[in-house]
Design a protein around this ligand. Structure first.
Ligand SMILES: C=C(O[C@@H]1C=C(C(=O)O)C=C[C@H]1O)C(=O)O
Length: 294
């Protein structure tokens, strides 16, 4: 019997997945978040980096690796609401079919402001949808990062990513993770690596993932350069984008995850994590030292 992994392969997981060598007996497929969420719950795959909200909703059957996350403290750059009117005046928002997490987060953020625009599923480029009757468009992943840069860029030698504006081309970009940070002061966890509790991953797979992550974070400038070419974005943009992620589900990330769980899925079952590995944390903070280009 092979153990089947299902990877959401956006650029933000490249520091973990790009150099991952699957051990014998493990195979992997890839897909967008909503596909992988469903594949894990149906049993088509055995482990996946799923939307954290699906992990929370199905906490009665799922468990997550204790030290893997796709999280940020502050802006994420790739989970964006593009809008042409102030948030308070939003009437119709187009959601992406790819994402469960960003939709749940948007609902929490709108509720916190007492807002309730119509939310509809619609695919396409943000700018095209904004020109066709929507006043807000929610996008995630690589296309959202590219569309963000089209609105907020270009980056010049004098500016850094955090200095770029939140508007351009008549469009405002609200970064949902940044809004979450303003609201709670916590990191936001987008994804965790989850499996059904009665079917944990083979230790060799988890070990290989930890080694791949150590290698990826240790060679972040190379990972960024490769993906910058693929995305058609400047290297500095992709390097900052990747450097900004928190991949180790540390204590602050768990606080953020629990806060989000309480707000988005009241009454959820307790969240469960596998045992924390011995010795792993020593490598976390030093991993990217000296590897970034200024
Ligand atoms: C930050 C992101 O995280 C992803 C967003 C997800 C979602 O919206 O459901 C799921 C997995 C994450 O890796 C992104 O892709 O932009």
């Amino acid at each position: 019997m092979t153990y089947q992994a299902g990877w959401i392969h956006y650029t933000n997981v490249a520091p973990i997945l790009d150099s991952l060598t699957l051990p014998a007996g493990v195979t992997a497929i890839t897909g967008v978040p909503t596909q992988m969420n469903a594949a894990l719950l149906s049993g088509e795959v055995d482990i996946a980096n799923i939307s954290a909200v699906e992990f929370i909703r199905h906490a009665d059957v799922l468990e997550a690796l204790p030290d893997f996350s796709v999280a940020v403290l502050g802006p994420v750059y790739s989970v964006n609401l593009f809008h042409t009117v102030p948030l308070e005046r939003l009437r119709r928002v187009a959601l992406t079919r790819q994402s469960a997490m960003s939709v749940a987060l948007l609902e929490v953020l709108l509720a916190a402001r007492g807002l309730s625009p119509a939310l509809e599923r619609a695919e396409g480029e943000a700018e095209d949808l904004l020109a066709s009757g929507y006043d807000g468009v929610l996008r995630i992943g690589d296309s959202a990062l590219r569309e963000w840069y089209r609105v907020a860029g270009p980056l010049t030698p004098e500016t850094t990513m955090t200095m770029l504006p939140h508007e351009g081309r008549g469009i405002t970009v609200t970064d949902l993770a940044e809004e979450w940070f303003r609201l709670t002061g916590h990191p936001f966890v987008f994804a965790v690596w989850a499996y059904r509790r009665d079917n944990p991953p083979p230790p060799a797979l988890v070990q290989a993932m930890r080694e791949a992550r150590r290698h990826g974070i240790g060679h972040l400038a190379d990972v960024a350069a490769r993906h910058a070419r693929k995305l058609g974005l400047p290297e500095r943009v992709v390097q900052h984008y990747l450097w900004n992620f928190r991949y180790h589900l540390e204590a602050p990330d768990r606080l953020g995850l629990h806060e989000f769980a309480a707000q988005a899925v009241p009454g959820h079952a307790p969240l469960r994590f596998g045992p924390q590995p011995e010795g792993e944390r020593r490598h976390v903070l030093s991993a990217s030292a000296g590897t970034l280009k200024p």
